[in-house]
Design a protein around this ligand. Structure first.
Ligand SMILES: C[S@@+](CC[C@H](N)C(=O)[O-])C[C@H]1O[C@@H](n2cnc3c(N)ncnc32)[C@H](O)[C@@H]1O
Length: 222
């Protein structure tokens, strides 16, 4: 099985592994942390009550559920069917789709805001990530905002990967192995995308987030 399919299968299994929504998306932080995350995302996206919001890599919908009352319509897409099924139960009035981030099943200029949180490090490579961002730009209206959250900064890649216990990694799923995570040169990303957007910003995460040192949020203004 290819690494891509392995990761997709593991996310499917992760969704089915627990009834706890936080564990399903692999982030068992406290309720307070999740609330802080929701507020941070809402502010960075500048969500308005009239907004049509798309979440790419929505998981089982926990983060979206915390944003739902701040916008008009919610859609989510994830390549793990079990994630989509759980999200649809959590948010019955929202529209969920099973599909890959690189080929979004939406017409151009469909959404005001687009969120994609904590999925870019699972992508196979930088080229895949660039295709995803271009696809995101296609489906968001001019004047819209894209927030790509929790992007791993390549300045910290050596430090994090060299501190990982590779013997231990063999016992855990691919998706949880530091050695498999994709880190990004943020300056290079900016230079590659700056012609396609009005503004490219790298934003820091709240210092209360334990991993905020090496994880950044990217905001694209269209
Ligand atoms: C860590 S979870 C994050 C879920 C949610 N965004 C959140 O912040 O709670 C990563 C999610 O991305 C999805 N995912 C990973 N790669 C994907 C891809 N190429 N296309 C669509 N979904 C993907 C996984 O199935 C998983 O649900």
């Amino acid at each position: 099985m290819s690494e891509f399919l392995t990761k997709q299968t593991e996310w499917q299994q992760q969704a089915e592994s627990s009834d706890d929504l936080k564990l399903q998306v692999g982030r068992p932080q406290s309720d307070e942390s999740w609330q802080l995350l929701a507020v941070d995302v809402q502010e960075k996206l500048m969500l308005q009550l009239t907004d049509d919001l798309l979440d790419v890599g929505c998981g089982s919908g926990l983060l979206l559920s915390k944003l739902a009352r701040n916008c008009a319509n919610i859609s989510g897409i994830d390549y793990a069917q079990a994630m989509v099924d759980k999200a649809q139960i959590l948010l019955p009035n929202a529209n969920f789709y099973c599909g890959e981030a690189k080929t979004l099943p939406f017409t151009s200029d469909s959404f005001d805001k687009l969120l994609s949180y904590s999925i870019f490090h699972y992508f196979p490579d930088r080229e895949y990530a660039l295709s995803v961002v271009k696809e995101m730009i296609r489906v968001v209206k001019p004047g819209g905002i894209i927030l790509i959250g929790d992007v791993l900064d390549s300045s910290y890649e050596n430090e994090i990967k060299s501190n990982s216990d590779l013997a231990y990694e063999q016992k855990i799923p691919y998706i949880h192995r530091y050695s498999q995570w994709q880190f990004y040169d943020l300056a290079l990303l900016q230079s590659e995308l700056s012609d396609l957007v009005c503004k490219f910003e790298v934003l820091t995460q709240p210092s209360e987030f334990t991993l905020s040192g090496y994880r950044k949020d990217i905001r694209l203004w269209l």
